[in-house]
Design a protein around this ligand. Structure first.
Ligand code: VTB
Length: 329
């Protein structure tokens, strides 16, 4: 990662500011917890995040957002947002007001609010399509897993590097019909599976700490936006990841073209997805293995967040008692 980041706009402006944003977003989302209404939860969270980001002292450009201009009211790709800065510094923004809307609507674990701010031009711009992903934690030889390799090849390589049997490895995969072949191959190879309903940013982050999470590898096809956000987290924590965009239909191909993606077979390494300094913030909406969710008492709302920085690998865990819940009204 770049070293000339001390004193940059990114350095000065942000760590706590961006946590305030994800906190307010999580609190807004939590009002819809367990209501079975993903759309209202998403709209409330996006509006809260938009309101808070608009107050920050930078000019941000949305590069990973909610969709194309005209398709979504806020956080469309290319939207400029922020209160501006005297130096005119511009930053890339990648947002996911609710990672795991279904988890929020069903009050299931691991829904969280995510915001990444990065040096201008450093984040891969992805259309709202899919990405095939493979990720492992830090400490392994470079290139140990590849998106072009078979799941069995990746498992064998990881087992060898870790000095264990494939049977001792656990792979996290989104539980989707499209992953039937993948699930079968992983089981045949002998590894265990952690099947998750949603939330593949958390799934990828879990590979960075296998002794605690029990997850050694992330595999499969999830959102492309979530892929870049997960890559941003790994840039802060360490670990390896590759991604390849997946267009399932004509509309996806058109979106990819609009985003300037000409080669859908290209493999993106971590540094193709996140090329400069960045800060990553996430706040739990529902209780999860990384953070607690939003909790209410009669006088206080409590949130738990993490904010991390790529250039320094600093990770701060922040528990906040919001003493005046009315400010979220
Ligand atoms: C995943 C998951 C997200 O989208 O990226 C998924 O991690 C991919 O899309 O939480 P499908 O649901 O179509 O499989 C989310 O569920 C967010 O919508």
């Amino acid at each position: 990662m770049s070293e000339a980041v001390e004193g940059t706009e990114l350095d000065r402006a942000l760590a706590l500011d961006i946590v305030r944003v994800t906190e307010a977003t999580a609190v807004a989302a939590a009002q819809w917890l367990g209501r079975g209404d993903e759309a209202s939860a998403d709209a409330a969270a996006a509006a809260a995040m938009h309101r808070e980001v608009a107050r920050l002292p930078f000019e941000g450009v949305v590069v990973v957002g909610e969709g194309e201009e005209g398709d979504c009211p806020v956080f469309y790709l290319g939207e400029k947002i922020g209160a501006g800065s005297p130096s005119g510094a511009a930053l890339d923004l990648a947002v996911d007001p609710i990672e795991g809307s279904t988890l929020c609507a069903k009050a299931l674990p691991n829904a969280m609010s995510v915001l990444v701010v990065a040096e201008r031009g450093s984040l891969l711009k992805v259309p709202p399509i899919y990405m095939e992903k493979v990720a492992v934690g830090p400490g392994y030889p470079e290139g140990i897993v590849r998106v072009a390799a078979t799941p069995t090849e990746n498992l064998n390589a990881l087992a060898k590097a870790k000095g264990v049997r494939v049977q001792d490895l656990t792979v996290c995969v989104l539980d989707r019909p499209r992953h039937g072949y993948l699930i079968e191959e992983i089981r045949t190879a002998g590894a265990a599976l952690r099947l998750i309903g949603d939330g593949d940013i958390a799934g990828v982050i879990h590979v960075t700490n296998p002794s605690q999470t029990g997850i050694d590898m992330y595999l499969g096809i999830g959102g492309a936006a979530e892929g870049v956000l997960a890559a941003a987290a790994l840039a802060c924590i360490g670990g390896q990841m590759e991604g390849r965009l997946v267009a399932l239909n004509k509309e996806h191909r058109a979106w990819a073209k609009l985003a300037g993606i000409t080669d859908l077979t290209k493999t993106y390494g971590l540094e193709d997805m996140v090329a400069g300094d960045l800060s990553f913030a996430a706040t739990g909406i529902t209780d999860g293995s990384m953070m607690a969710g939003v909790h209410h008492s009669p006088t206080t709302i409590t949130t738990e967040s993490v904010v991390m920085r790529a250039s320094t690998h600093t990770r701060r865990w922040i528990r906040t008692d919001h003493a005046d819940p009315r400010k979220f009204d």
